[in-house]
Write a protein that binds this ligand. Sequence first.
Ligand SMILES: [Zn+2]
Ligand SMILES: [Zn+2]
Length: 328
Amino acid sequence: MTETPRQRRQIWNHTPSLPIQNAPYWDWPMKPLASLHFLLKSWKPVGMRFVMLFAATISWLFFAPDLADTQRFAFDWIAEIWIRNFVILFSVAGGLHLLLLRFRAQGDDYRYDMRPMMTGARTFWFRSQVWDNMFWTFVALQFWVFFECLMWWAYANGWVTLITFDSNPVWFVTLIVLIPIWAGLYFYMHHRVLHLKPIYRYVHAWHHKNINTGPWSGLAMHPVESFVLLTDIVIFLIVPSNPLHMLFLMFHHGIGAPTSHVGFDKVKLGVLDIEMGDFHHQLHHRFFDCNYGSTETPWDAWFGTFHDGTPAGDALVRERRRKIWQTK
Ligand SMILES: [Zn+2]
Ligand SMILES: [Zn+2]
């Protein structure tokens, strides 16, 4: 049975243009020009990738400890990092929550799912989706600070091969381009493991309580999950890098997770429409057995779990569910 536009609107208030396009990076035969085009588009200044790099650069220049001080763990520089990350996290997630869901500054423009954040549901701590999400985000903040401090210590003590723009300009820039792709690859790999039955039940189900998501949902997860999520940073123990790269990857969690769960495709800030929400991941929260990675990871398409946002994608998920029930 085909779905009418009205039924479709009952599921989504707004969607980006569909079907969702996957990056052609992994296509065979290779598509270098299309890949370059996709990559360049991912770096547009009104996109979160650019914003996160900008935030990482500002932090690196003005809100970062001296490497000489981080050879030993000490309260002062660790506290400075904690305060900086606390301010970023609570400004981004809290600011977006107030702007979009409390003061409804742009009404329902670009909003994916019209259902409000849940209140009164036993499934959430404090019986409130927002308070539950805030609490677990605060827990995730501790791991964020822990891993960042560990990395500063590692740079200062020579555990990481330190490069600068002057010493290795080509690798410096290449790594900036590769980091978001690495973040997506790591996300798929650990996320797929989180969906294995016992791990899902005891750990990842906490994040999936959020069928509709808001800015506080991005890091609202079981502490085991937020710890594992942030371990992607240890890549720099083998990859030569600069603290700027480390900050950029960390901001994929501290800024990227709240913004990708914001629930709005674009956020109007003055004259700018910032491309913020991640409809690909919104579909994962809504339909569950699809879109484990990102549009830049190939495996959802290869393993038949890619939902492109269209009714054909809905049918694909339904069919997968039917098969799973049959084998049971
Ligand atoms: Zn999941
Ligand atoms: Zn999520």
